[in-house]
Design a protein around this ligand. Sequence first.
Ligand code: MSP
Length: 516
Amino acid sequence: MTKTYYLTTPIYYVNGKPHIGHAYTSILCDTFSRFHRMIGEKVFYITGTDEHGIKVQKAALEQGKDPKAFVDEIVPQFKELWRILGIQYDYFIRTTDSDHKKVVQKVLADLEKKGDIYKAKYHGWYCTPCESFWTELQLKDGKCPDCSRGVDRLEEENYFFKLSKYQNDLIQYIQKHPDFIRPDYRKNEVLGFLKEPLEDLCITRPKARLTWGIEYPGSKDHVVYVWFDALLNYLSGAGYLLDDKKFRSLWPADLHLVGKDILRQHAIFWPIMLMAMGVEMPKLVFAHGWWKIGEAKMSKSAGNVVDPAGIVQKYGSDTLRYFLLNEVTLGLDGTYSEDLLAERYSSDLADKLGNLWHRFASMLEKYCEGKIPQVDPQKVGPDLYHEEFYAGLWHRVSGRMLDYDPRAALADIWSSVIVFSNQLIEKQQPWKLAKDPSKRDILLQTLWVLGEHLAHTAVLLLPFLPESSAKILKRLKLKTEWMIQKPEDFSKPFVVSGTVIEKGEPLFPRLDEKAS
Ligand code: MSP
């Protein structure tokens, strides 16, 4: 059985509407998943919603709603956003799904039986917004070390998971698998954190304080800590303890993509949970950076969120996808502003890609009745066209995608084909060639090469800009689903001589025209 490429987004809290930070993780995963499909792999892309815990209970209460009724209203907003952003996930998991709850309870019961969970009295400090317990020593100036907000003193009886028992095993695992946590600087951060002894993890909350959660098996007084419940979605969504065949075809996950704020949970808690369960490690935990507005992280609590739906309506979903994928190298923080997005729209999408299509289609109309000319690729001069050009391009772009660097892939596509083709038009000056009948062959070859470049660009861009690429391919009367399993699949000519293309409306209309 061939292994499916299995990738996950974090499951999103449903205490509010999704914003650009959430859209980022999902767009990245969608791009990777489309790319892996294109290279012929089976893909399973899971996303979903993290529905339990204090945050959601509080948000529901504030609106005077029952938590389940509240989350049932928010979940469709996430699904709708993923639809308009072209996010093609394979499975949407909700932590309120009964299958998921069953798996969580079974795992807990097994771990308790194994001796990795114990019950104890706990004194400590609790940060409600972060839902984290801290010891006296961990506090920073008496405040939460993560968010610097005030903490409350708590004493209660809870269940604890023995993180400490597995600390050394985890350190060794990370050291033996240098690509388990990426980027490298985040791995070092995790190893730095692991230099201090780990405290066992409090994995329940007394019902007196929180009722909105999965019941701890065997206790009427406790619900499960939301992170323990949430992390298990990666297993339950893959069929763990539910559908063995499915699980064996999916696990281990190839990629857990997460924001850097939740790396500790994914690079420490999660691997230790898996070790305790005796389940194989995921292949990679990749932490991306934050989108900021000025200096502040975009977040609901900071009140500076940007609604992706508004941006999509104004600029199109590919524009938001392009901006987020291209603006920063995966791992680093980025600054979001609509002005910057509009600038990239005009300079990269409208002036470079949109304009290239427009110039090509107009010239084809003018000089060839809109038909792809009959050209023998063997006879086209090497200064205009050679197949190895595409083989090299594919090799570089696919290599960058396999190395999780979509920004470098996009930069290469833009400079090697899109900007290059615009320069080719300047160099060849087809309008001059058209005036000289003895240059007819060169004119046709130039237009044919431009058509090829555009077709290859559109295929390469399918994972990144699915809407615009499909538009270009349809206008060239080519299929919109491609399988590139070996370099020859990409280096061969794509356009079909004699095809009458469709010029169509501008791919990326000028912003002043859009507004009018
Ligand atoms: N529910 C947990 C995840 C559980 S996964 C087992 C959670 N949810 S979240 O809704 O708060 O965040 C989901 C993802 O969105 C995280 O990866 C987080 O980093 C990301 N982002 C939220 N705000 C962000 C930015 N401003 N910028 C980039 N990503 C950010 O954490």
